[in-house]
Design a protein around this ligand. Structure first.
Ligand code: UD1
Ligand code: MG
Length: 420
């Protein structure tokens, strides 16, 4: 938390653009907002943990000996504190603007409210998923519905569906193309992707929260760099969401990192994903946000054959646990060969020859069976580097996430300047 403090002080004292005349330091809430929200999440987690267990909201930690019971869906706490922080922030912030500006900025005000509405919806739907264990098809429908308020505001306030064509292709297609309704389709799909991609890169202590925090930090750094440019208003919008998110999430990370004393559940994955989608869409930098999702994009593409049942997919794909050595091992999908689709068999062959999956065939009761390692980034790391401790796997995955963010900045700045 202390590491983030200088950043928030910097944001509160932004006077780079003379248009911002509001000195938020005068306000006791703004002055202590981070400390209040961080401490509130911490206190609520400690005091509400027994209530979650009493309400049967718990999961088994499958990577510890004896599979201890851990309270589940506790992302609802950091999510609720985040929403409350924003509910207090918005009236104070806009009231102060009202004091200094003659024309009230209705458009940004509506964007704030619509963004919060979508995040709020996803928090509720994620909690419903944790309680009811919804089927996979609902996991695709729910974020689409929750993104509708966002898309409506985009249509009313912005309605720009132009995309800039990279320089090498401009002779063929021109400098810009208006893709109309497809742009809205893209934004809806972005919301579905952001929510689900965090949820499927999970299954080891601290991974859901760790990756979300790193993505949030990358977005914040990008916002601070871009705040000096002409689109500073979009980045101020993003910063207002991302700072409270970083503080509330850091508090929950303390409890979720190895060895976890709480699980954050789908509640956390969904509302975090929607928050990133809101920032990407209304902040107009969705391509850059997607660059920060490189490990999630890889994990999603690698998972497609199992997600779309081209290759049979077990209910859980997290690594297996070797109790004796306290290490994580590959987990597998086992099925009859006739269950494998034609496309699935080709994909499996390619992935096997590339060394991405382990595959064996055996015969039982005159039937040929296939056993292949699950197609996730976690399992791939274990396949390439061998069995390892849960904490080590988390550190490696966090290094991959940070490395990808670094690559994203290289693509976004030196490389993009060549193409755009
Ligand atoms: C997604 C993944 C699933 C993975 C699961 C684990 C897909 C399609 N789905 O399913 O493969 O197994 O997440 O998060 O890829 N758990 C631990 N340790 C942890 C975190 C979770 O043991 O650090 C276990 C607990 O038993 C917990 C359960 O995973 O109760 C949570 O699973 P859930 O979030 O319900 O799974 P899905 O999101 O549906
Ligand atoms: Mg989950």
């Amino acid at each position: 938390m202390t590491a983030c403090k200088p950043l928030s002080i910097l944001i509160r004292n932004l006077n780079i653009h003379n248009t911002i005349k509001i000195d938020l330091n005068f306000d006791p809430f703004f002055k202590n907002q981070e400390t209040i929200s961080f401490n509130l999440v911490t206190k609520l987690i400690i005091s509400l943990r027994p209530l979650f267990l009493k309400a049967n909201l718990f999961g088994k930690d499958v990577h510890k000996s004896g599979n201890p019971i851990i309270p589940e869906a506790m992302g609802i706490i950091s999510g609720a504190v985040f929403i409350i922080t924003m509910f207090i922030f918005i009236p104070i912030f806009f009231y102060k603007i009202l004091l200094y500006e003659t024309i009230f900025p209705y458009a940004p005000f509506i964007e704030f409210l619509a963004g919060l509405l979508s995040i709020c919806c996803m928090l509720l739907l994620g909690f419903a998923d944790d309680v009811l264990n919804l089927k996979w098809r609902y996991k695709l429908i729910l974020p689409t519905l929750a993104s509708l308020p966002l898309l409506m505001v985009y249509m009313i306030n912005i309605n720009s569906t132009l995309i800039i064509i990279p320089r090498p292709l401009q002779q063929l297609f021109g400098a810009r193309i208006d893709i109309g309704v497809f742009y809205y389709l893209y934004m809806g799909m972005l919301a579905v992707f952001c929510t689900n991609s965090i949820n499927i890169l999970s299954g080891i202590n601290g991974l859901e929260v760790g990756q979300s925090l790193l993505i949030a930090f990358s977005i914040l750094i990008f916002n601070i760099i871009e705040f000096y440019g002409s689109y500073w208003k979009n980045h101020l919008f993003s910063i207002s969401f991302i700072i409270p998110y970083i503080f509330t999430t850091s508090a929950i990370f303390k409890f979720n990192i190895y060895p976890s004393s709480i699980f954050v559940g789908d509640t956390f994955c969904y509302y975090s994903g929607m928050l990133f989608a809101v920032i990407a869409i209304l902040g107009h930098f969705s391509k850059t946000v997607l660059l920060f999702f490189l490990p999630q994009i890889f994990n999603f593409i690698f998972s497609i054959p199992q997600l779309f049942h081209l290759i049979p997919c077990p209910r859980h794909r997290m690594p297996c646990f070797d109790n004796e050595a306290d290490n994580l091992l590959l987990s597998y999908s086992e099925f009859k060969k006739i269950q494998l689709t034609y496309i699935g068999s080709i994909i499996l062959k390619i992935c096997h020859s590339l060394g991405f999956v382990e595959k064996t065939e055996y015969t039982k009761d005159n039937e040929i069976y296939i056993k292949c390692s699950n197609m996730t980034l976690n399992i791939l790391v274990l396949k390439l580097l061998g069995p390892m401790h849960e904490k080590k796997l988390l550190i490696i995955l966090m290094i991959i996430q940070s490395g990808c963010s670094l690559m994203a900045f290289i693509i976004r700045y030196p490389l993009a300047k060549i193409f755009y």
